[in-house]
Design a protein around this ligand. Structure first.
Ligand SMILES: Cc1cc2nc3c(=O)[nH]c(=O)nc-3n(C[C@H](O)[C@H](O)[C@H](O)COP(=O)(O)OP(=O)(O)OC[C@H]3O[C@@H](n4cnc5c(N)ncnc54)[C@H](O)[C@@H]3O)c2cc1C
Length: 285
């Protein structure tokens, strides 16, 4: 189907974009890579009065170092993130998860910020951002604010982004030293969305696990941290037995949906199995 007609703005700065949104009428949509927005417009599930395309704003593109963090611009495409050496060096989880997102065509157009702002519970990057304690820089008419990942994802397809706000960039603290990371995704066929996936970052200290961070994909309306498993891992032996015991707690506090791909209790089973695998690999076992 063809989308309903709409006005189109292509600003070249964040300020211009905010103005275009403010003057765009009742229903304004921000366009990033269009991989999620354009299909819903073609189905006429969305019929915005104005579309504000962020594609020509240089400030929103690219990856840079900023002290103890790396900063990824919202309009950086999945393909650019994949090729970036800073991301690979300091946030390997993002590289590994992005490799599993869709196919080359979608990764060429789809953006890091668009995937996070869209907040699909089956999307791979939200749980990764949560596990890495990322911070989201958001611009609005009142200026800029920084939101921790733990507060960014509010509900199904819903974030803390308010009307007229733009996600500008995401700051990811560098994980250096004894950190290992791994993203473990369970999908029906290659290039499909996650049925469940687990993002693990583990800091080893001698033969122990000093700290573990575990993000869960598709285990509820928002991405979740597997807090009970994280607590069980803190200070535990870096052994297969200790990791398996902690992973048994991975589904505590989750509320996954049941659908044609999997029943809720099967998703909880998957969360335990994938947590064991992701943490073991992150811990170098
Ligand atoms: C066939 C297919 C398979 C896919 N498989 C996967 C998969 O396996 N895993 C996965 O994680 N994803 C998958 N995706 C989604 C993909 O990651 C998209 O890139 C992502 O959903 C949306 O990114 P986008 O840049 O295209 O955003 P758009 O579609 O342009 O925008 C999505 C939404 O976010 C809003 N938005 C975008 N950018 C901003 C911003 N900077 N500030 C405020 N709001 C903003 C838009 O207004 C819109 O509501 C798939 C998509 C397709 C088409």
């Amino acid at each position: 189907m063809i989308p309903a007609s709409f006005a189109y703005a292509r600003p070249t700065s964040v300020d211009e974009a905010l103005q275009a949104i403010a003057s765009g009428g009742e229903d304004v949509k921000i366009l990033a890579g269009g991989q999620s927005l354009i299909p819903v417009m073609r189905l006429r599930l969305a019929a915005p009065e104005t579309v504000v395309d962020l594609g020509r704003i240089p400030e929103l593109k690219g990856v840079r170092e900023d002290g103890d963090a790396i900063v990824i611009g919202a309009m950086t495409t999945h393909a650019e993130v994949l090729a970036d050496p800073l991301v690979r060096q300091f946030a390997l989880l993002i590289t590994e998860a992005t490799e599993t997102v869709a196919d080359r065509q979608v990764r060429h157009r789809g953006t890091f910020g668009g995937a996070l702002a869209h907040a699909d519970p089956a999307g791979d990057l939200p749980a990764v951002a949560l596990a890495l304690d990322a911070e989201f820089v958001v611009a609005g008419s009142g200026g800029r604010r920084t939101v921790p990942a733990s507060e960014f994802f509010v509900d199904y397809l819903t974030t803390t982004l308010g009307e007229g706000e733009i996600l500008v960039e995401v700051r990811i603290p560098k994980l250096t030293g004894q950190w290992g990371m791994h993203y473990e995704k369970f999908q029906r066929v290659a290039q499909a969305w996650s049925i469940v996936a687990v993002a693990a970052a583990v800091r080893r200290d001698d033969g122990h696990i000093a700290e573990a961070r575990i993000g869960l994909t598709n285990m509820g309306p928002t991405p979740l941290r597997a807090r009970a498993a994280e607590e069980a891992l803190a200070g535990a032996d870096a052994s297969a037995e200790a990791i398996a015991a902690a992973a048994e707690r991975a589904a505590e506090g989750t509320s996954p949906s049941s659908d044609l791909n999997a029943a809720a209790d099967y998703r909880q089973h998957l969360a335990r199995v994938l947590t064991r695998r992701a943490v073991s690999k992150a811990a170098g076992l």
